[in-house]
Structures are given as C-alpha cells and as structure tokens.
Design a protein around this ligand. Structure first.
Ligand SMILES: C[S@@+](CC[C@H](N)C(=O)[O-])C[C@H]1O[C@@H](n2cnc3c(N)ncnc32)[C@H](O)[C@@H]1O
Length: 205
C-alpha cells in the first residue's frame, strides 16, 4: 500500500464518515446489537459511542494501523471491551459460531472480496445471529447507476479500493443471510452516486 492509501485515506474517512447524517445512521444500525460482536472494517471506531449497553465485547477487524490509532480516544472513553482481534474480514481468525452479532458500516464497498467477508461473517456468527449493516452501493435508480458505473474506477483510485456499484442486498442473500429489516435511501447532503445506502439487519442461518 502506498503512502496515500495508508496514511491519508484513513484520516479522510475519519472526518468524512462522521459528517451529516452519519451519527444518526450509526445510532440506528447499532440498535439491538448484543453480546459478543464482531465488527469488520472498524476504521477509527466511529461506531463506539453507539454500542448499546447489551454489548459485552467487540472484536474489531481492521487492517489500518492509522485507523486503529485514530480510534484511541473513543476506545479510552467506552465501557465496552474492544480489542483489535483481526486484520482482514476476508479471512477471520475466529472459531465457527462464536458471535451473537456482527456489525459492518460502509465497509463492504472496500473489502476486495466482499463475498468472502460475508461468508466469513456467516461462519463466525451463531445460527440465528444478526448482522447489522449500513452500506453504500448500487443505487435503486437507473440514472444514478449510470453515473456510478462511470465514476467507479476513479472512486477506487481515490478511496483505496472503494466501489460504488456493489449490490449490497443481493450480496447478503447470495451469502445465505436472510434480510429481516431493510431501509434503502439516499443520504441527505451527499452526491447520490456515493450515498445510495442500505441499512438493516440480516440473520445468519
Ligand atoms: C469507508 S471505511 C469505513 C470505516 C468504518 N466502518 C466507519 O464506518 O467509519 C472502510 C474500512 O474498511 C477497511 N478495510 C479495507 N479492507 C479491509 C479488509 N480486507 N478487511 C476488513 N476491513 C477492511 C478500511 O481499512 C476502512 O477502515
């Protein structure tokens, strides 16, 4: 990884992913998390303030050392035990059926093999365990999709492999999850190409 992707992008994400509606969306997506949680693409820990009291531990999976460092103050302030337990969502160093819940916020866009990451989450979640997600991806409207396909190569270069065109709900169902709650919308105040969000929960079989 080059200097830009390693040092600059995590700092941009730390600021950009805290803007606008993000806080409210984090609050919504974290509602109902309980017990032992695995969070993939933990970033700089922007979800930490929204973990409910019912969460007993969070195992964070994050490749970026800079992201983890930026999480320092939030980690120090939370009563929840959070440990950096893995580096790659595509290959989780955890036993099968160990977690009650999983969390992924704006991460499936960036993991190179997101299908592998979803298979891994399914493997490590207990049967009936719930994945909480808010992800941007392929827009519901054809006119926005056309721009997403055009801009996707640039987006990947500017944001360390972030894709605009991933069909989030299809990916979840292909991985074997049952989507139980879903809200699809454009985030206010952001370009629609970047802001076609799917927020909800999906249950592992
Ligand atoms: C757009 S950021 C979102 C960060 C955080 N989830 C948030 O909501 O602020 C995408 C995150 O995915 C992480 N990531 C990239 N490749 C990954 C992988 N293979 N496994 C897990 N996380 C990965 C990046 O380092 C980055 O922190």
């Amino acid at each position: 990884m080059g200097f830009y992707a390693e040092q600059v992008v995590p700092r941009i994400v730390n600021v950009a992913c805290a803007m606008g509606e993000a806080g409210e969306l984090r609050r919504r997506v974290c509602q109902g998390l309980a017990g032992e949680v695995v969070e993939i693409g933990f970033g700089s820990g922007l979800n930490i303030p929204y973990y409910p009291a019912a969460v007993t531990r969070v195992d964070a999976v994050e490749p970026s050392d800079v992201g983890w460092k930026l999480a320092g103050k939030r980690l120090a302030a939370t009563p929840v035990t959070v440990q950096r337990a893995g580096l790659d969502g595509q290959s989780l160093p955890f036993a099968d059926d160990g977690y009650d819940s999983a969390l992924s916020t704006w991460t499936l866009c960036t993991i190179p093999d997101a299908a592998a990451a979803l298979r891994e989450l399914r493997r490590v979640l207990k049967p009936g365990g719930t994945l909480h997600f808010v992800e941007h991806g392929l827009a519901p409207d054809e006119s926005v999709r056309r721009w997403q396909w055009r801009l996707d190569p640039l987006q990947q270069r500017l944001f360390a492999g972030c894709h605009l065109t991933r069909p989030i709900v299809d990916m979840l169902t292909t991985a074997g999850f049952t989507v139980t709650e879903l809200d699809v919308f454009y985030e206010k105040g952001a370009p629609k190409t970047l802001a076609a969000d799917s927020l909800g929960t999906a249950v592992s079989p």
